[in-house]
Design a protein. Structure first.
Length: 531
């Protein structure tokens, strides 16, 4: 029997080795991150909240790392009594097993060497079977050791493989290396919470406007949620509208990108030189209406109940709430968000764009009939804004038009373009009345700009059997001299490099059935001297 050695007799070198062995870190526990909430923009990005449950103090490894944008990846730790701490977050390489099933008999043979199998193979005198231990399946031969003999069979004649004990191996796994996140926690049971801007979740709003009732319209707002990110199970999503500023969404956070220091430095230099990355200026943005812009919103009362839970304003953004969303990756879901009922009026609108380009190059009004649009005018009297989206108009169950609805705040006025009206004929002409050549000269007396007076006339005929409300908007470059029918005139200031101011004229009139409306205006502007 060997002699026992006391602790005091252990050599110092051995003691150091034992201490070093005991101090080795434990293998991290593999964990996964579940999505518990997300706020969705319309361009495919979403602020995603993930949760990683942990049972005790220890080290944990997340192999499936969310692809979060630069500067948006943040972590916290929640535990009972808030005693827990997330003491370490490290990005490291991690090994990952990817299971797959064998695709043919050759792979199954190679994966079952050493197993007891029954093989069926073809011979000249018909199919044969043999049961034994598979010794080899390399090359073109299969070697199997039966009770009384060892057989070498051409692999190509094997037609079936079975195992009486159900031990047939028909799959394997490939181990790959990926980027992982390692966490170390203290404080017992809790959850690691991570938030980041990720690509793969989006939403598309749309509206249906029912104008069957001639006094009140019904607007229904719908959200289609697109999920290409991960499985979602009974979680609340928030659908964002507003003007968020996230210019670096296309760049991965350095904690997870795996970039070298040189690559990351080059990326930062590129951002610094270019400012906002190309194409990012309009990212995540919300179209807002220009003054007197046309919007199209359409709505019909639908039988799908609203599942939304209202929304909330946070600074300059509005978040529509959509609870209880369950979508697998690749799924799409349709959700009715809310409904409003509003008084409205039908309007026929003629919008005439500016005839001058570059502030001094007059092109004139296009000849021929002008497009008059049948529109609806109403107020957003709901509890939430109307975000930019496609709107379809219905009347008596039929689709009568479609257009884009731009952002309308709560209490704001909306104008919905339905379709062109063929029963309202409108023509506009503009002609030069006078020209003062060389009204503006340079220091040497060379003429630069002529001062031109333009007269415009408009004639609109109502061929409908009812009286209509008719609105005309005319944008122009120059200064209005005369407008006998007294439109509302809005004048802008002249830019530092501009010669002319710009103006907008708006007439609101009514036209009796079969009658004509005549409008006129005169304005002057500087145009570039020719010749």
């Amino acid at each position: 029997m060997p002699a026992l050695i006391s602790a005091n007799e252990i050599p110092p070198m051995v003691t150091a080795a034992l201490i070093s062995l005991l101090a080795l870190p434990e293998s991290p526990t593999a964990v996964s991150a579940k999505i518990v909430g997300a706020s969705l923009f319309k361009n495919g990005y979403a602020v995603v909240v993930r949760e990683i449950p942990v049972e005790r103090d220890g080290t944990y490894l997340l192999a499936e790392v969310p692809q979060s944008s630069l500067g948006t990846l943040w972590f916290s730790f929640s535990s009972q009594g808030n005693r827990g701490k997330l003491v370490e977050i490290t990005s490291t390489t991690a090994k990952k097993s990817n299971p797959y099933n064998f695709a043919n008999l050759e792979q199954i043979l190679r994966g079952n060497v050493g197993k007891t199998l029954t093989l069926t193979y073809n011979m000249v005198n018909g199919p044969q079977t043999v049961t034994g231990v598979l010794k080899s399946a390399e090359g073109s031969l299969v070697v199997i050791e039966a009770e009384s003999k060892t057989l070498a069979i051409q692999r190509e004649v094997v037609t079936q493989i079975s195992s009486e004990k159900g031990g047939l191996v028909y799959g394997a796994s490939i181990e790959t290396t990926t980027r992982g996140l390692r966490f170390r926690t203290t404080g017992g049971k809790g959850a690691i919470v991570m938030v980041g801007l990720e690509q793969g979740l989006s939403w598309a709003p749309s509206y249906a406007v029912d104008m069957t009732d001639k006094k009140k319209l019904t607007l229904v707002a719908k959200a289609t949620i697109l999920n290409d990110l991960d499985n979602l199970k009974a979680i609340e999503l928030k659908l964002i509208t507003g003007f968020p500023n996230v210019p670096y969404a296309q760049f991965l956070d350095p904690l997870i990108s795996g970039q070298s220091i040189g690559e990351f430095g080059n990326m930062l230099n590129g951002i610094g030189q270019a400012g906002m990355p190309g194409g990012m200026g309009g990212m995540l943005t919300q179209n807002a209406p220009a003054p007197a812009a046309r919007f199209a919103m359409a709505d019909m009362a639908v039988s799908v109940p609203s599942t939304g839970a209202g929304g909330e304003q946070k600074e300059d953004l509005f978040f529509y709430k959509q609870p209880g969303v369950t979508l697998d990756r690749g799924d799409r879901g349709s959700y009715t968000m809310f409904q409003i009922v509003s008084d409205y009026e039908e309007l026929y609108a003629l919008d005439l764009d500016d005839s001058t380009t570059n502030n001094v190059e007059y092109r004139g009004v296009a000849a021929g009939p002008q497009d008059v649009w049948h529109s609806l005018k109403f107020k957003n009297n709901g509890a939430q804004p109307l975000t930019t989206g496609v709107a379809t108009t219905f009347s008596g169950g039929e689709v009568v038009g479609q257009d884009k609805l731009s952002y309308i705040p709560v209490g704001g006025d909306a104008e919905l373009k339905i379709n062109k009206s063929l029963d309202i004929r409108a023509e506009v002409t503009e002609e030069e009345e006078s020209r003062e050549r060389g009204a503006i000269k340079n220091g040497q007396g060379y003429p630069l700009f002529d001062l031109v007076t333009v007269k415009g006339t408009l004639e609109a005929t109502n061929l409908k059997p009812v009286k209509i409300k008719f609105r005309v908007r005319k944008d122009l470059t120059g200064e209005v001299i005369e407008a006998p029918e007294k439109p509302v005139v809005t004048k802008t200031t002249r830019g530092l490099s501009q010669v002319n101011t710009t103006s907008r004229l708006i007439w609101n009139s009514e036209i009796e059935p079969g009658k004509k409306l005549n409008l006129s205006y005169r304005y002057k502007l500087y145009v570039r001297t020719q010749g």
